[in-house]
Design a protein around this ligand. Structure first.
Ligand code: G6P
Length: 371
């Protein structure tokens, strides 16, 4: 087992470090040199894809957060209304899906029972199902109409890392492909985004090179029992994922919130010394950056310990941040691929500082094959 871990104490640490390659492998062969998407494996015809008038993305746990990010990207690029739902909730609410609905099922293992039952239900209603999956020949892709495999390689640690990042990459590929087929984005806009996707592996590498500071922070904060994570837009699912990782691995109370909701509740629980992670969106035309920076000021004023993930070169948060984690530059929609990485490192290190089994957290299974 030691040899399989390639010198790492835990599979999770190895898998975190494999992420640049895993993301590169997932993008590989899915675009040509002109930046046009090529999805040879797509078994749905262009006509079928043009006929789609609604997308429903389903998954469980980390996969559902990849789906939340995908919703922002797919709606923005394709203008197709897109819902995200926990697979375990989907079929029990009598969902409105039909022949022109595309259901996208995200699952690393391809065996999650909740997700499998959901796609069976969707197909009974006449919907087409596309799986985004990491496991060749597993049940979910076998029962789907089409599949985009993530090429992360085997993921052994229960808590998903490279599975998540490659799900994001596959979702971006799908969104851009739909935009290309339906003509909702021009070729040069698509190729520009493809070029940005190709920069992500290097961006992840840069974050991993600087990860010592994150590990040190984890050891320093290991005595805390509660952590909050705030994010907005695609930073919101990243906040949820950061909190989930801490729950799974360190058995701590950790909650992710949409930063805009702060004043509608969460701000009441802020107390002196409480560690709050905040994912700051890149500066843009939409004022979200300014709004999140003002959230940081508000929680800092109440004594929280602010750990801020922000694009490098952006010094606007420095006066209000106790700790700054700098992220390489990326377009807003792609930032989750980078911002999730320090949160994975943080959770793994904190769990190991507390003496927990990082790969096999108590009560959890890698793949939950019962509903
Ligand atoms: C389990 C794992 C999670 C994972 C979820 C979905 O709960 O502990 O880490 O995110 O299943 O798994 P899947 O294989 O469907 O992506």
């Amino acid at each position: 087992a030691a040899a399989e871990k390639g010198g790492y104490d835990w599979f999770m640490l190895k898998e975190i470090d494999e992420q640049p390659q895993a993301v590169a492998d997932t993008l590989l062969g899915r675009h040509d040199s002109a930046g046009r998407l090529v999805l040879d494996e797509m078994r749905l015809s262009d006509d079928e894809l043009r006929g789609v008038d609604k997308i429903v993305i389903i998954g469980c746990g980390t996969a559902s957060y990849a789906g939340m990010v995908a919703k922002y990207a797919i709606e923005h690029w394709t203008r197709i209304p897109c819902e995200v739902e926990l697979a375990s909730e989907f079929r029990y609410r009598d969902p409105i899906v039909g022949r022109s609905t595309l259901v996208v099922a995200i699952s690393q293992s391809g065996e999650t029972a909740d997700t499998l039952q959901a796609i069976r239900h969707a197909r009974q209603q006449g919907s087409k199902v596309l799986a985004i999956c990491n496991t060749n020949g597993s049940t979910i892709p076998r029962e789907s109409d089409a599949v985009i495999y993530t090429h992360a390689g085997p993921e052994i640690a229960v808590a998903s890392t490279k599975g998540f990042l490659t799900q994001l990459a596959a979702c971006y590929v799908l969104g851009l492909y739909l935009a290309q087929v339906r003509g909702t984005k021009y070729g040069d806009e698509i190729s520009a985004t493809v070029a940005e996707l190709q920069k992500l592996p290097d961006g992840i590498r840069t974050i991993l090179e600087r990860a010592d500071a994150v590990r040190e922070l984890a050891r320093e904060l290991a005595g805390h029992r509660t952590f909050l994570f705030l994010g907005r837009h695609v930073g919101y699912p990243v906040a949820l994922e950061g909190a989930l990782k801490l729950k799974e691995l360190a058995y701590l109370h950790a909650e992710g919130f949409a930063a805009g909701e702060l004043k509608h509740g969460p701000i009441a629980v802020i107390e002196p010394g409480l560690p709050v992670f905040v994912v700051v969106p890149p500066k843009g035309r939409d004022q979200l950056h300014e709004k999140v920076v003002s959230n940081i000021q508000e929680i800092r004023a109440r004594g929280a310990r602010t750990v801020v993930l922000v694009e490098e070169g952006d010094t606007s948060v420095d006066p209000y941040a106790d700790v700054v984690i700098r992220l390489p530059k990326a377009p807003t929609l792609l930032q989750p691929v980078l911002a999730a990485v320090p949160l994975q490192v943080f959770a793994a290190e904190l769990a190991s500082a507390l003496g927990h089994d990082v790969d096999q957290p108590r009560n959890l299974a890698k793949s939950v094959t019962v509903e």
